[in-house]
Design a protein around this ligand. Structure first.
Ligand code: GTP
Length: 361
């Protein structure tokens, strides 16, 4: 039996205000809490037992997923009293694993959307005899990431944090947030204090001569840590560019959940999701966006690459482009919100009070 640990305890600060009431892995993407996509893909790869490492807003996971039987999984939940970081969280849940010391244990960050061949990562781990195997992905601009160069056999040679100069960019391979640990290695992580798996555990293991194996898998990969990426990932799921058996409907330009009301002449394109009980008024256009449950988009409004939170309202003729509207917020009529703007939960933007000027430095 393959087991997995899901790291879902982060505060998700980059995704605020979406993460004010909801932990990042539970924010809906393509109509279901994001985590559902990861769980269903793990199950399809043969995982049966999953332990959630929770901390921030820990109480919301279990009421939604329960014991996991609806997904064919056995789920357990472990909550940190104080956040222990990614490595400390692994050590904190290790006692719940059933695996023997030499068995492989999967670990997933709770905010990665990927088509990774999970079975191939486990197979790589077994055949290479590694202590830890890491999914690596290639990105065009690796400067914002930790680089993971490998040798000709795929063995990790270094962990390089956020390179600045061109000479430091020795590879375009980055840590993609999915690992296989030999179980006994998890038990060596220090107990009871915060530990970063990326900054402490992996470099420490390498320095001690452990075998860390990289597997470059270049299928779909996106870190959903920012609003822009989250909205993009959801749209890619709806469009069918990102693989998930958990999307509740057919792939296409839009996904409209039960109980939503969309005016006949409204246009929904680019992988837009309209949540349960949400409304889209006459003549409105919604492109590549997420409207969460109960959100309302007024007549003639234009919503592009944006997220409108649960119960939030966008007034008639308003334009949103790359905007995030927090749960319960109200954007009055005739506003123009662009370029990464975030409206906090329950805020009120009066009619016609925000305009955008491209000339602002
Ligand atoms: P930001 O605050 O926006 O950076 O997001 P984050 O808090 O989720 O941090 P990051 O994206 O670096 O975390 C990677 C993964 O580890 C995510 O799935 C987090 O939920 C998880 N994680 C981060 N810190 C902790 C922690 O202290 N405990 C647990 N259990 N999980 C964590």
């Amino acid at each position: 039996m393959t087991e997995a640990i899901l790291l879902v305890g982060g505060k998700g600060t980059r995704l605020r205000p979406l993460t004010v009431h909801t932990p990042k892995p539970m924010v809906p993407a393509a109509g279901v809490p994001f985590l559902t996509h990861q769980l269903v893909r793990a199950r399809a790869a043969g995982v049966e037992h999953v332990v959630f490492a929770t901390s921030y807003l820990a109480e919301v996971f279990e009421p939604h997923f329960g014991d996991g039987s609806a997904l064919g999984l056995h789920l357990e939940y472990v909550t940190e009293e104080e956040p222990l970081g990614t490595g400390g969280a692994l050590r904190n849940v290790a006692a719940r694993l059933h695996s023997a010391p030499g068995d492989p244990v999967l670990v997933f960050n709770g905010d990665i959307l990927t088509g990774l061949d999970i079975g191939a990562l486990v197979a790589t781990h077994r055949t290479s005899g590694a202590d830890v195997s890491l999914h690596l992905t290639r990105v065009p601009d690796p400067r914002a990431f930790g680089l993971v160069p490998t040798d000709a056999d795929g063995r990790v040679t270094a962990f390089l944090e956020k390179p600045q100069t061109p000479e430091e960019i020795v590879t375009d391979q980055i840590n993609a947030g999915a690992y296989v640990f030999t179980r006994s290695v998890l038990d060596t992580i220090p107990d009871g204090r915060p530990v970063s798996v990326e900054r402490e555990t992996f470099p420490g293991l390498l320095a001690d001569g452990a075998h860390l194996q990289g597997m470059v898998d270049s299928t779909y990969w996106l870190d959903l840590g920012t609003p822009h990426a989250f909205v993009r990932g959801s749209a890619d799921l709806v469009l069918g560019r990102a693989p998930s058996p958990a999307v509740p409907g057919r792939r296409g330009e839009h996904l409209v959940l039960d109980g939503a009301r969309v005016a006949p002449d409204a246009k929904l394109t680019g992988g837009t999701t309209v949540g349960a009980g949400a409304e889209v008024g006459p003549g409105a256009r919604v492109e590549g966006s997420i409207l969460l449950d109960g959100a309302v988009v007024g007549p003639g409004a234009v919503v592009r690459d944006s997220l409108v939170g649960a119960g939030a309202r966008v007034g008639a003729r308003s334009v949103l482009d790359g905007a995030v509207i927090g749960d319960g917020a109200v954007v009055g009529v005739d506003n123009e919100l662009r370029a990464g703007i975030r409206i906090w939960c329950d805020a009120r933007i009066p009619a016609g009070s925000v305009r955008f000027s491209a000339d602002v430095a």
